[in-house]
Design a protein around this ligand. Structure first.
Ligand SMILES: Nc1ncnc2c1ncn2[C@@H]1O[C@H](COP(=O)(O)OP(=O)(O)OP(=O)(O)O)[C@@H](O)[C@H]1O
Ligand SMILES: [Mg+2]
Length: 353
């Protein structure tokens, strides 16, 4: 039995519906919810903590339905984008707040331990207005953890902070919740952040959970077109199965993609002449001066764009335009009139629906 289970959750607003949400999360696991703006991420986590009513389905914690449990009785902590610290209290009192309500023992030591954990050991006397954004967010994290929640929900906690601070703070968040074995759901728009933090990733689209799996599985196999689109896997092509072979559970296929023969392997069973859709990441495409064998094709660079440390380029391979991306270690200008080979590794190609 999973620690946190969402069973067929539906949420209904006047003109927006969230439906069919099924999630199982074990104790101490970190789930990141990704999705476009308005896809329902905030509403879903607010339903878990009881702010938004559930129209259908169940939230189970340790097998017990908590749908009807009032907010203050759910041991669920929340950290939002606006840090919501109490401005009239100093750092110590902000963190101690929940402990005082619970009449906890050893409050001084508990608060000091938490200040050490968030690496602000000497900040207890500081006033809220004397803190930077990143410091406020760390105090908000400590205050939430002080209440010893069963679950912490984060809603874009770092979107107001700059990139280098986000880097450090996300490491703090990951360490702290892992150390304390707290089950976590974290909403972000930042894919890099999602894949760094997550044990599991849920991708929401228009009120549905369109993909839920480990970060690794989602990275390697988006499985459906909406997920591939969301993750920016832009090489998507229609293909036809022309040959097949298999060895125990692994299938080897030769596909025809607009006259090009692509080899792939997959655990999915396909029939000869079946029409499928495939995708692969721009980062998986690599360039060379010689034919590299399997899935290696003569190609011409149609155009390229430089984005700081990376170059994105478009290649023409017969009738196909393929997008590639690489670190800026080569100067594509020198090669624009030369024939290059592009290779798409078999393991980088996956089937989507
Ligand atoms: N209390 C409410 N009453 C009516 N509609 C609501 C309410 N809360 C949210 N919505 C609608 O539900 C949809 C999903 O909103 P939600 O805030 O959950 O999206 P989100 O994925 O968190 O978006 P963002 O990434 O912009 O924060 C939106 O269309 C929003 O207008
Ligand atoms: Mg939101």
């Amino acid at each position: 039995m999973a620690y946190l289970e969402l069973q067929n959750i539906a949420i209904e607003f006047s003109d927006f519906k969230i439906e069919d949400i099924n999630i199982q999360l074990d104790k101490g696991k970190f789930l990141v919810l990704l999705g476009h703006s308005g896809s329902g991420k905030t509403s879903l986590i607010q339903a878990i903590c009881g702010i938004v009513p559930i129209a259908q389905g169940k939230v189970l914690l340790n097998g017990v339905c908590i749908n009807d449990l009032p907010i203050h009785k759910r041991k669920i902590g929340m950290v939002f984008q606006d840090f919501a610290l109490f401005p009239h209290l100093n750092v110590f009192e902000n963190i101690a707040f929940g402990l005082r309500i619970k009449k906890a023992k050893n409050i001084d030591k508990k608060v000091q331990d938490l200040l050490e954990l968030i690496e602000l050991p000497n900040y207890s006397k500081r006033r809220v207005y004397e803190l930077s954004g990143g410091e406020k967010q760390r105090i908000a994290l400590a205050r939430t953890i002080a209440a010893e929640p069963d679950i912490i929900l984060f809603d874009e906690p770092m979107s107001a902070l700059d990139e280098s601070l986000r880097d450090r703070l996300r490491a703090t968040i990951k360490n702290v919740v892992k150390q304390m074995n707290i089950t976590t759901i974290y909403v972000t728009h930042d894919q890099k952040e999602a894949f760094y933090l997550a044990d599991y990733i849920g991708i929401m689209h228009a009120g549905r959970l369109i993909r839920y799996d480990t970060g690794d599985n989602i990275w390697q196999q988006p499985q459906n077109q909406l997920t591939a689109d969301f993750l920016g896997v832009h090489n998507q092509f229609d293909a036809t199965v022309k040959a097949k072979n298999h060895e125990s559970n692994m299938f080897f296929y030769k596909l025809d993609v607009k006259g090009i023969e692509l080899s792939i392997h997959s655990t999915q069973k396909l029939e000869l002449n079946q029409r499928v859709k495939i995708c692969f990441r721009a980062e998986s495409v690599f360039l060379s001066f010689k034919n590299e064998g399997v899935n290696s094709f003569e190609s011409t660079i149609l155009d390229y764009k430089i984005f700081g440390s990376t170059i994105s380029f478009t290649l023409q391979v017969q009738n196909l335009n393929i997008l590639g991306k690489t670190f800026r270690i080569i100067n594509l200008e020198n090669y624009s009139n030369q024939t290059l080979y592009c290779t798409i590794p078999e393991h980088a190609i996956s089937i989507i629906y």
